[in-house]
Design a protein around this ligand. Structure first.
Ligand code: ATR
Length: 275
């Protein structure tokens, strides 16, 4: 049976998500749905690795065509690529690998995912955007917002990290105590606060969110975070974390396969897998 599976897999293109852990990833459901709806002979697998360099060498040898890279490998993967695009270099992380003759080529689609998820709601050109967080995820979001023409203000629990990010990318920062003075049209929550099992950290003043705002949380477990619930209750338009996941995946798909991704099927599979 193992031999049969191996033989069958040779006729299929192989893709996967590489992380630690990888088992909880929603990407296999989303990507396999995309391949299946288009009738492509391809598999997308969850791949858990201990040693990233070893895993990438093995997956190259086996002939994997493309990989999504997730926690904790996004920074390290960049160093193992033969070529990395300018956005990924600026962000300092890759989330997408494509196999070439010479080795793995790296790209970052997280920032594009954030921009596309928000631009379904409004044009980002010239708007003021407030970003909560200054970690790796925030870097991608801030890069994307600035590329799309937004004025970005960040705020973070640890001020030194906010200061560092504001020195690296074209944004300013404010202390947590005074974010309510920023009058943004867009708000993005990029921290792990509000994830299932973690305490919700932000005290957002009652009158902060307004119906004119678009508010996105990149956390998707739970789908409705306390942050989004408060925004929604105030009448803001909310975008949950699955939308960013969807659009970063759509960008990965079209980079690997050089064709448009089946957006509706991918969204449906993702929403089903998240429930
Ligand atoms: P990621 O790559 O997912 O962004 P990270 O680099 O560890 O992960 O960054 C985590 C972010 O979540 C940081 O902005 C962190 O704030 P600090 O820099 O102050 O640590 C933020 N964060 C995590 N838990 C938080 C909490 N309970 N309250 C406020 N911010 C929190």
């Amino acid at each position: 049976e193992v031999t049969q599976a191996a033989v069958r897999s040779v006729q299929h293109d192989l893709f996967g998500v590489l992380g630690r852990p990888a088992g909880h990833s929603l990407s296999p459901a989303m990507m396999q749905a995309a391949f299946d709806v288009l009738g492509l002979k391809a598999y997308y697998l969850a791949l858990e690795a201990d040693d990233l360099a070893e895993a990438l060498a093995a997956l190259d040898a086996v002939g994997f065509r493309g990989l999504s890279v997730t926690v904790p490998f996004k920074q390290e993967a960049m160093k193992l690529c033969v070529h990395v695009d300018a956005a990924a270099q600026r962000i300092g992380a890759v989330n997408t690998l494509r196999r070439t003759q010479g080795g793995w080529e790296g790209r970052n689609t997280d920032w594009l995912g954030a921009v596309r998820a928000l631009e379904r709601q409004l044009s980002l050109q010239g708007v003021t955007a407030l970003v909560f967080g200054a970690g790796g995820a925030a870097r991608g979001v801030v890069y994307g917002l600035t590329e799309a023409g937004a004025h970005v203000v960040i705020t973070n629990r640890t001020e030194d990290r906010a200061r560092e990010l504001a020195a690296a990318l074209p944004c300013s920062w404010v202390p947590m105590e005074s974010f309510h003075r920023v009058k943004p049209q867009v708000v993005v929550q990029t921290t792990s606060a509000g994830m299932s099992g973690r305490p919700y950290a932000f005290r957002v003043p009652q009158n902060f969110f307004t119906p004119q705002m678009v508010v996105m949380d990149i956390v998707y477990s739970p789908l409705e975070t306390p942050f989004l619930r408060q925004a929604k209750a105030a009448g803001a338009r909310v975008v949950d974390g699955l939308e960013m996941l969807l659009y970063q995946g759509i960008e990965q798909f079209s980079w690997w396969l050089n064709r448009p991704a089946p957006e509706a099927a991918m969204r449906q599979a993702l929403r089903r897998a998240a429930h």
